[in-house]
Design a protein around this ligand. Structure first.
Ligand SMILES: [Zn+2]
Length: 84
């Protein structure tokens, strides 16, 4: 892992998201937002192309960063994100 800080923040994010949205207070939401911003600003995305089954007969291609788990609608979007 070339960005251990991102790996840790991604874990923090997934852990924070375990707590019900309805129960989060403003400060809790701020912390989660800060973690999201950190990942957004610092992650040098490594996008993985994967396929998920929608039905037994059809599947959908998805793109996501293996470090921060951000998903991308398409590769064009990903390229833009990488440049930022
Ligand atoms: Zn990423």
């Amino acid at each position: 892992m070339d960005q251990p800080n991102i790996e840790i923040m991604a874990k923090v994010k997934s852990y924070l998201e375990l707590y019900s949205v309805n129960l989060r207070d403003a400060q809790y939401a701020n912390i989660l937002n800060s973690v999201n911003e950190y990942l957004e600003n610092k992650c040098i995305h490594k996008v993985i192309i994967d396929s998920i089954d929608i039905t037994p007969d059809s599947s959908q291609t998805i793109y996501y960063c293996e470090k921060c788990y951000k998903t991308f609608n398409n590769l064009k979007c990903n390229v833009t994100d990488k440049l930022l």
